[in-house]
Design a protein around this ligand. Structure first.
Ligand code: ADP
Ligand code: MG
Length: 323
């Protein structure tokens, strides 16, 4: 029996059970970032993510520029998920000998372009060789006002469930790659959402200022899986209105042509890197304009009930599970 029998989250729980108590005020495993108080004004927040060739990307499919961009984007997204401001990154990379210098140059250009866009300079890292696969680990440091980081554990019954942007585009982009669909401007849009995610830093910085915003995280594995993290951490249940999901016209068009379900992409496919948060209903007006209300937090066992036109529709959706 391999590591699959333990599961991704089983493995993380096993590590977690062996750590022992942390110094007072420090929050470790369990949220999008660790939170470390550093002054009376600010907390340091830290996150890291690993991208492995043939698991997270195919070298022949994604351009080196886009891979450089995405390696930073997915990490900055975890800083945005706490309502934080990114400060700087560290890049550790393992490169097999057959990687061309041009590839390395383009990768670096993509990495630097997003670093400049978010004013988040590369501060260090490590470089090593690899037998076969490229492995890329980025760590990002950020800050958040003292004690104000938005956690997964803060949802309360009655909260509205909201998300930024549109959902499912990235998953549909992946479908275009996997099925080899021909590429019009609609498919190119979906592919760019898959390859060039833009972390929601400015939205996170707005949301962190609002006391009525309770729990928050970024959507990396689809809300069908990610919302459950908020529900478990907060000890609550939720309903999601399938008819309220924010869908791009491109996703609807693409799904219409191939007989696919846009709702299924919006819920079960990964890598949207939008923000998912809960907010007190009295603050609804504050989030209008940059977020959509898609459901409600309720009392109960952690789990999602899916509704269509207010009625349970019994559809089962799951997010992406790594192993
Ligand atoms: P995200 O999708 O936001 O990056 P993950 O689902 O990857 O979060 O991880 C969930 C939590 O588990 C995070 O707090 C992360 O720091 C922690 N974690 C994941 N893998 C490990 C590991 N190998 N060792 C310690 N902590 C880990
Ligand atoms: Mg995250």
């Amino acid at each position: 029996m391999g590591i699959g029998s333990l599961g991704e989250f089983g493995f993380i729980d096993m590590i977690r059970s062996k750590i022992g108590p942390l110094p007072e005020g420090i929050m470790g495993i369990g949220d999008d970032c660790a939170v470390i108080p550093i002054s009376s004004r600010e907390d340091l927040i830290v996150t890291t993510d690993l991208l492995v060739e043939d698991v997270h990307f195919l070298r022949g499919d994604i351009s080196a520029w886009r891979l450089g961009w995405k390696s930073v984007a997915v990490n900055i997204s975890d800083i945005a998920a706490m309502g934080g401001k990114p400060l700087g990154t560290f890049l550790s990379i393992a490169l097999p000998k057959d990687v061309e210098p041009d590839w390395a140059e383009e990768f670096t250009r993509g990495y630097m372009d997003i670093s400049r866009k978010f004013d988040t300079p590369l501060l260090g890292g490590d470089t090593t060789s690899s037998k076969k696969a490229i492995a890329i680990n980025v760590a990002v440091l950020g800050t958040v006002p003292s004690g104000k980081a938005k956690l997964r554990s803060a949802a309360v019954p009655g909260d509205l469930v909201c998300c930024t942007g549109t959902l499912g585009d990235s998953g549909a982009g992946l479908e275009v790659i996997l099925k080899g669909y021909s590429r019009s401007s609609v498919e190119e849009f979906l592919l760019s959402r898959h390859y060039e995610p833009v972390p929601r830093v400015s939205e996170g910085l707005e949301l962190v200022k609002m006391p009525g915003v309770h729990a928050m995280m970024d959507i990396s594995d689809g809300i069908g899986s990610d919302l459950v993290h908020i529900l478990r951490a907060s000890g609550v249940a939720a309903s999601i209105a399938l008819d309220k999901l924010p869908l791009s016209s491109q996703l609807v068009d693409f799904c219409g042509r191939y007989g696919l379900s846009p709702e299924k992409f919006a819920i079960s496919s990964g890598e949207d890197y939008e923000l998912l948060f809960t907010v007190s209903p009295s603050c609804r007006a504050d989030i209008e304009g940059f977020a959509t209300v898609i459901g409600e937090i309720r009392e109960g066992e952690p789990g999602i009930e899916y509704l269509k036109n207010g009625k349970p529709c019994g559809q089962e959706f799951k997010g992406y599970v790594h192993f």
